[in-house]
Design a protein around this ligand. Structure first.
Ligand code: ADP
Length: 279
């Protein structure tokens, strides 16, 4: 694939990942090549087990690929991690209960040896950005799930990462809260100009947020489609009701269906029957 930008922030070239456990080998990813430009919002979508999290973790240098090249910000992923080019947000917010919200947001800055005065001002800015200024002195357990996840986003953004990696950050939230969080995330993304790689199961979420949706298929995980989402920005409630939005949601759904040889992917919540079996 030709580079979509002369200096992509993420450059994946023929990435493979195999896991070996108990004598069995799982081919988790195969032939993954993808360029992501600075400032893009890209979602990875596909059914459970197609390797979305594995790919995100490889980009973030939490695990190594079996083969292929991974460059972030023009250098090997290992160096990008060492240079703290990443922020990461996971499904569970991973906040420390014994620390206040501000102390949680400050933690990475503390680890980096940032002065107390700078830490304070940066933390105040970040809490304002995620609209939690009045909750800095609270403990995580005093906040709702959505608020905790906003605090985790504030923490990930506190050291101004060039790349924010998000692994189903809103998967545990109800639909209304998730939509509100999507609105907030776009507002934050627009203000900070950071690049976001976002893993989700949700087709509407991927379409609403992204500039491009990467459709993946399992065993082994491959990229089958790159779908441009050319909905105008800023996006809002009117976006969710527009014909173009429905058209793109359908296009992504059909790409997922085609990737599964005509069967509906198990990750599509509307079609998983109550026994949990594939429809
Ligand atoms: P997704 O995020 O799309 O649900 P994952 O990246 O979690 O998919 O997993 C992709 C495949 O790799 C799955 O078959 C999974 O069981 C396997 N896998 C992931 N992590 C490991 C691991 N640490 N050891 C062995 N197999 C793994």
């Amino acid at each position: 694939m030709p580079p979509s930008h002369p200096d992509p922030i993420v450059n994946l070239d023929n990435v493979e990942k195999r896991f070996s456990a108990g004598g069995a080998t799982t081919a988790a990813l195969s032939g993954i090549s993808l360029n992501i430009s600075p400032g893009e919002f890209v979602s990875l979508i596909g059914p459970s087990g197609c390797g979305k999290s594995t790919l995100l973790r490889i980009i973030g240098d939490l695990i190594e690929p079996t083969a292929g090249r991974v460059e972030v910000n023009g250098k090997p992923a290992r160096n990008a991690r060492r240079d703290r080019d990443y922020g990461m947000v996971f499904q569970a917010p991973v906040l420390f209960d014994w620390r206040t919200i501000e102390a949680n947001v400050e933690l990475p800055l503390e680890v980096m040896g940032v002065s107390q005065a700078q830490r304070r001002s940066r933390t105040e800015q970040m809490l304002a950005l995620v609209e939690l200024s009045d909750f800095g002195r609270h403990h995580p357990w005093q906040l709702s799930g959505g608020m905790q996840q906003r605090a985790a986003i504030a923490r990930a953004l506190a050291f101004e990462p060039k790349l924010l990696l998000m692994d189903e950050p809103f998967g545990a939230l109800d639909e209304m809260t998730r939509e509100r969080m999507n609105d907030e995330l776009l507002r934050i993304w627009e203000r900070t100009g950071t690049t976001i790689v976002f893993v989700t199961h949700s087709i509407p979420e991927a379409v609403f947020l992204s500039g491009r949706v990467v459709v993946m298929t399992p065993r082994p995980g491959r990229i089958t489609n790159l779908i441009e989402i050319d909905l105008p920005r800023p996006r809002n409630e009117a976006t969710r009701e527009s014909e173009e939005y429905f058209r793109l949601v359908t296009a992504v759904r059909e790409a997922l269906r085609a990737a599964h040889g005509g069967t509906i992917p198990e990750a599509e919540p509307l079609v998983v029957d109550e026994s949990g079996a594939n429809a």
